[in-house]
Design a protein. Sequence first.
Length: 94
Amino acid sequence: MKHIKLFSPIDLSGHDHKVLSLLYRPLIGTVAFSLYQFIFSYTYQKESVDMNQALILNMLVITEKEFNEACNHLSAYALLDVFEKQEEILLQLK
């Protein structure tokens, strides 16, 4: 499994959460929405967090394929930047 670094330079307001829930969730799907919320929760008031991909998959109860699809959906809607280098991935919320 890959090593993942979670990074979130943003702080979401209550309004931002409402927009994500009501506008983006139907478009990106529940798995991608859950991944976004997971990353935000784990990086809240921290610069970054290092995790193992297996831990993220287990906590969200998803497969690696679902994880990759969720990252693609979030990237397509400009909600996430994904940088990959060999066995390391950086996920940065936008």
